[in-house]
Design a protein around this ligand. Structure first.
Ligand code: SF4
Ligand code: SF4
Ligand code: SF4
Length: 279
């Protein structure tokens, strides 16, 4: 046992064990009572095509062709970043870091958005390096993975792990102390390297100050559609200090809009599918 009292919880995704059965995706919807969405077949097993207010996690089918077709599967959801761009940019203070003490003395740290404070500006969507949040007009808020706090904080018999982890029969998902999970991940990477998987690596240990999802990857992060060096743009880090002297939500919003427009122009990403789902 590496983690003791006060340990921070995390989820380890061992991508080398994932079979893309998507039981986790369904369990997430079921537990959180999120309805299924009508989608279009885009010629891939990947479905739905993006996260949204009713889809808080999904499995990415990253297709690679090297003589024959192969897939690398990524569990895609909010990473609950320590340095979270969505928290930095939020002009209304709706999106923030939260910390909860569990009955066993461990801690859950996550990022969440208060729908009552959310003004629907969608700046969090523009700056998230993992393309996670999005404002929903009908539900009037931004929704993301909750780390199943409602399950794990009650620690009801059989419900002491997140729904996605509980559903994963191949054992690709583990919930536990972050240090212990890191140790396991590094051990697995060592084994993979010995077996000739030269690109094997741990993802999430240091990115953005540490993610609450850790990954064992058998190839470079790009091949899993994960950014190698995700970062919070310097302009986003600076903007609150620029806006604060002027006070008021309007002034704050104006500075945020300028910053976010800069980020959007720089990244020029297509978010049309997500827009469709979130209407
Ligand atoms: S339940 Fe486990 S094996 Fe199935 S898709 Fe999810 S992570 Fe992969
Ligand atoms: S993954 Fe995106 S939405 Fe989640 S905490 Fe990080 S920046 Fe925010
Ligand atoms: S931890 Fe809970 S909310 Fe997050 S992806 Fe898993 S099932 Fe969904």
């Amino acid at each position: 046992m590496i983690d003791g009292h006060g340990t921070e919880k995390a989820i380890l995704v061992d991508s080398t064990r994932c079979t893309a059965c998507r039981a986790c995706q369904i369990a997430c919807k079921q537990w959180n009572q999120n309805p299924a969405e009508r989608t279009t077949n885009l010629g891939s097993y990947e479905n739905p095509p993006s996260l949204g207010s009713n889809t808080w996690m999904r499995i990415l089918f990253n297709e690679h062709f090297n003589g024959q077709m192969s897939w690398l599967f990524t569990k895609h959801q909010c990473m609950h970043c320590t340095d979270a761009a969505c928290v930095e940019v939020c002009p209304s203070g709706a999106t923030k870091h939260e910390k909860f003490n569990l009955a066993d003395g461990s801690i859950i740290k996550r990022v969440a958005t208060d729908p009552k404070k959310c003004i629907g500006c969608n700046y969090c969507r523009a700056v998230c390096p993992f393309d996670v949040p999005g404002y929903n007009q009908k539900k009037k808020g931004v929704y993301r993975c909750t780390l199943c706090l409602d399950r794990v904080s009650n620690a009801m018999d059989g419900y002491d792990t997140p729904a996605c982890v509980k559903a994963c029969a191949p054992g690709a998902l583990l919930f536990g102390g972050r240090q212990e999970l890191l140790y396991r991940a590094e051990l697995k990477v060592e084994q993979l390297k010995k077996a000739g998987v030269a690109e094997a690596q741990v993802y999430g240990k240091d990115q953005l100050g540490g993610l609450r999802y850790l990954y064992v990857l058998s190839a470079s992060p790009e091949k899993y559609a994960l950014p190698v060096n995700p970062s919070v743009p310097a302009s986003v880090k600076l903007w609150k200090s620029m806006a604060r002297p002027y006070g008021g939500l309007a002034a704050v919003g104006l500075v945020a809009a300028m910053v976010v427009n800069g980020v959007i122009n720089a990244r020029n990403r297509g978010l049309e599918e997500k827009n469709k789902l979130d209407k």
